[in-house]
Design a protein around this ligand. Structure first.
Ligand code: ATP
Ligand code: MG
Length: 551
């Protein structure tokens, strides 16, 4: 899976320089998700970047949960995220790590800053603190607590830790520069009081460090050399460096920023994805329409296709929106090469072959992959009654219709040529049966002196398996759901027709018993994957992607 022949992105160029200058013995990166939701395709880019670099440079990549907001986080998310990273094909170095396991060291760094006169406890209300911070053209103003002595600050911080203040009643702030043009440097909050049970540390702490304080310390404690994050953290880098410079830490990590992955026709924000789940717009985080790793997996995407997609997208510093069709092309290429072929009739109508002997069965042989003999063959039973797709039959049609027409011939793929002679209808006029005859002299050869219209797929009535097929379209109708042409917000751009369930489909009986996530090309229909809901009685398949680009 190594991508050593990938062109060097700017981060790899920096690493090459650092290694040439002897700055590091070994490259260490990390992927630092907050366990407040499932991972999405944007995270896959960060995962491929961090783990890919570690692989190619013989370095290490750690998985570290950035878990400083206990109210929003949970063990369910920890488990889901770890599962997704593994599924993508990456192995983190050592055990899973948690920022929360460094709470004591982070606390000790806070005490060090207080002792150095670089941090103070502010008892102003959150509103007062916000007001005193000023705005871009207006420098901040000092709170009355800013000049407190280190002794007083330490006493107040100890009280914070001991639970003497209510939630929001006190914060520890760094003492940096209230006039800085960078708002992050105007005495940012380092610690706040929160009485929340933490999924890892329980009720040990009632003060929690802020992300900007936690992250550089965690990186340094883990010996991270290159701390890669998305561009919105660029303005936080001076604070990152300030923390590293002013706390006694074992290493000096550096932060580098790259552009987020944005994909059209979907949203990549955990908050919005959570809203889709919580409000029931989708069936869960792993709904096959979701841009989550779990959703894409259930939809039928392979780990290789997602890694390939991330390679294609590349890593740069300029923000851009990637076309959804690029993601679809990545999985289509993969499945075109690797997926077994099968017949599935999505909208079955019965064909009775009058000159086929009752009870007679013949096994026909078909390749599992037309271009790859090594994949072997499958046996398809031919019987007197078969199903074809309703859309493959017309009572009348011109020559452009390359399927079955009344009074004309078509080939059943890998089988015989049949002729439609008559239709039988129910009381509502709906066609219930097409009566046909077959030409026994057409197996593997063309009939003499006639040209058949085309080739269609089919399955035996008695020897096929009932199944449900779920067809998906894009979850949003707007290219940028955050700014829909109509409506106010992303929920207004939801595609009401993103899911079509066909409950009455028939698939080759060979597929009975295949496990979820087995992928197929249903010939002439698209690429499909067995869903987690699939059982032996009622198989369920998800449309992964169509045979060709449809937008
Ligand atoms: P979201 O905005 O979806 O909540 P986040 O940035 O808050 O995402 P984290 O769990 O903090 O989510 O992200 C873990 C890592 O993944 C971070 O290093 C972050 O920069 C990176 N990341 C998140 N979203 C993207 C994206 N769209 N493209 C590339 N990297 C991303
Ligand atoms: Mg984040």
């Amino acid at each position: 899976m190594s991508n050593t022949d990938a062109p060097k992105n700017f981060i790899r160029q920096i690493i090459d320089k650092d290694l040439a200058a002897g700055l590091h013995q070994q490259v260490v990166t990390r992927f630092p998700p907050e366990p407040n939701g499932y991972l999405h395709i944007g995270h896959a880019k960060s995962i491929c970047l961090n783990f890919g670099i570690a692989e190619d440079y013989d370095g290490l990549c750690q998985l570290r949960f950035d878990d400083t907001n206990p109210e929003k986080e949970s063990q369910e998310y920890v488990a889901a995220i770890s599962r997704d990273v593994s599924w993508l094909g990456y192995k983190w170095a050592g055990d899973i790590r948690y920022a929360s396991s460094y709470f004591q060291q982070i606390h000790d760094c806070a005490v060090e800053l207080i002792r150095k006169g670089l941090a103070y406890v502010d008892l102003s209300t959150p509103e007062q603190i916000r007001e005193m911070r000023g705005w871009a053209q207006q420098p901040g103003t000092a709170s009355e607590y800013r000049e407190q002595t280190p002794e007083k600050a330490l006493e107040l911080f100890t009280q914070m830790k001991n639970g003497d203040f209510p939630d929001g009643g006190a914060v520890l702030r760094a003492k940096i520069d209230l006039a800085s043009p960078n708002m992050n440097m105007r005495d940012p909050v380092l610690y706040r009081v929160r009485r929340a049970t933490h999924h890892q540390t329980g009720d040990t702490w009632c003060i929690y460090p802020m992300y900007d304080f936690t992250h550089p310390i965690s990186d340094a404690l883990e010996g991270v050399t290159h701390s890669l994050c998305t561009l919105e953290f660029e303005d936080h880098r001076p604070l990152y460096d300030w923390v590293i410079d002013n706390c006694t830490l074992p290493a000096r990590p550096r932060q580098y920023e790259f552009a987020r992955l944005n994909l059209n026709y979907t949203v990549t924000s955990k908050r919005k994805l959570k809203q889709l789940v919580d409000e029931g717009h989708v069936s869960g985080w792993d709904d096959p329409r979701m841009p989550t790793i779990a959703g894409l997996r259930r939809r039928g995407y392979t780990p290789a296709s997602l890694r390939r997609f991330c390679d294609m997208v590349g890593v740069a510093r300029a923000d851009s929106v990637v076309d959804m069709s690029m993601l679809e092309a990545a999985i289509r290429d993969d499945l075109n090469q690797h997926a077994s072929r099968a017949f599935c009739v999505l909208r079955p109508v019965k064909v009775v072959i009058d000159n086929w002997e009752e009870g007679h069965e013949e096994m026909l042989t078909a390749p599992l992959h037309p271009q790859n003999e090594a994949m072997g063959t499958r046996q398809i039973p031919m019987t007197r009654e078969v199903y074809i797709d309703r859309e493959d039959f017309r009572e009348e049609a011109n020559k452009k219709f390359k399927r079955l027409v009344l009074g004309d011939e078509v080939r059943l793929r890998y089988g015989y040529v049949i002729r439609a002679n008559e239709v039988i209808r129910d009381a509502d006029g709906e066609i219930t049966e097409i009566r046909c005859t077959y030409d026994p002299d057409t197996l593997g050869k063309n009939p003499e002196g006639r040209k058949v219209r085309g080739v269609i797929h089919w399955v035996s009535v008695a020897r096929s398996q009932a199944c449900e097929v779920r067809l998906y379209d894009r979850l949003f109708t707007a290219a940028n759901p955050d700014k829909p042409e109509q409506g106010e917000g992303f929920l207004d751009a939801i595609n009401p027709a993103s899911l079509t369930v066909l409950t009455d489909c028939r698939v080759e009986e060979n597929l009975r018993g295949v496990v979820p996530e087995t992928r197929f090309q249903f010939e002439r229909e698209g690429y499909f994957a067995t869903d987690a809901d699939s059982t032996d009685e009622k198989m369920v398949f998800n449309l992964t992607v169509g045979l060709r680009e449809s937008f």
